[in-house]
Design a protein. Structure first.
Length: 85
């Protein structure tokens, strides 16, 4: 899935839940969160300050030896292993 597909899927998922988001607003949100080539996002900025970014049971972003890393959380792991409740 590329960025455009992620934006479209997220916009559709929000609509399924009754929210009215535009693909443009979802795209801006993803850029603010993950960053672009020109501007770091919130996650990169936090990692640059040495912080860990926790996203609940989805997982967390952290630094390992100066490199960004992702540690999946319980919900993501269970979903991928088909053991969700």
């Amino acid at each position: 899935m590329d960025k455009t597909q992620l934006i479209e899927a997220t916009t559709g998922r929000a609509a399924d839940d009754g929210d009215q988001l535009t693909t443009e607003s979802v795209g801006h949100t993803l850029d603010a969160l993950f960053g672009t080539v020109e501007h770091p996002g919130s996650i990169a900025e936090a990692l640059g300050r040495g912080e860990t970014v926790h996203l609940g049971s989805f997982g967390s972003f952290h630094l390992e030896g100066g490199t960004a890393a992702f540690r999946p959380g319980k919900a993501l792991t269970e979903f991928l292993q088909h053991t969700t409740r």
